[in-house]
Ligand binder design. Structure first.
Ligand SMILES: [Zn+2]
Length: 236
């Protein structure tokens, strides 16, 4: 799980295999409703570099000094990566990793997935951990795909509330489970750095669908599991 977190997402889908194309069609609705934005326009890098250079000038800096010469290029590249979730193809990401649930009916939990995102109000980072659980219906999803989905929604300009809900909605659309529960805890640099005197505060958001929304016992089961630490493998 941990090693998957840093993997880049494929942002330019290409469907070579027939079955990939077939699954893509079957997930068409999900791909459409969860799409983040339009594909990048021609000349993106050049324009982002020019904007970054202009910002440095406005800040009273000298963009030609040694330490800043390459900065506009780096900023363009970093912003491209940090917002790559807009044109990530969810159907392609989950392709081949949706399986028959067989007789498994109980809760599946992937906990403490790291995320790094940018708040849409200040373009400053917020980051933390998110735990995602679902109750399988007919299908289960490859466990490593859940952190990949988290990355898709983290790598957009976000508010933590929407980020949390989009993770739940995407699982709803991909595997139609009996319910999804998501709990995210984030640390917002826009709060910590801007002189808002709440430097250590964290923000918790939740999203519940299906049985988790209807049944308080299911919510308690989820929240109870998040409290247990004694069964963690390898001391993580
Ligand atoms: Zn903010």
């Amino acid at each position: 799980m941990k090693s998957d977190f840093k993997k880049p997402i494929a942002t330019r889908p290409s469907f070579a295999a027939e079955d990939a194309a077939a699954q893509h069609r079957s997930l068409g609705a999900a791909a459409l409703s969860l799409a983040g934005g339009l594909p990048l326009q021609e000349g993106y890098e050049d324009r982002m570099e020019a904007l970054s250079r202009a910002m440095l000038e406005e800040l009273g800096e000298e963009p030609s000094r040694e330490g800043l010469v390459q900065t506009p290029k780096r900023v363009a590249k970093a912003m491209r990566f940090l917002t790559s979730g807009y044109d990530a193809d969810i159907a392609e990401i989950v392709n081949g990793a949706v399986f028959d649930a067989e007789d498994y009916r109980e809760l599946v939990l992937v906990r403490d997935v790291e995320f790094y995102s940018l708040c849409e109000h200040h373009l400053l980072p917020f980051f933390g951990k998110v735990s995602v659980a679902y109750l399988p219906g007919e299908k289960i999803i490859g466990l490593s795909k859940i952190p990949r989905l988290v990355d898709v929604f983290a790598r957009r300009l976000q508010v933590q509330e929407r980020f949390t809900k989009q993770i739940a909605d995407s699982l709803e659309e991909i595997i139609s489970p009996r319910g999804v529960a998501v709990l995210a805890t984030g640390f917002h640099l826009c709060m910590a750095m801007r002189g808002v005197e709440k430097q250590a505060s964290q923000t918790t958001t939740t999203a519940f669908t299906g049985d988790f929304q209807r049944d308080e016992r299911r919510r308690k089961e989820f929240l109870g599991l998040l409290k247990t630490r004694q069964q963690e493998p390898l001391g993580f």
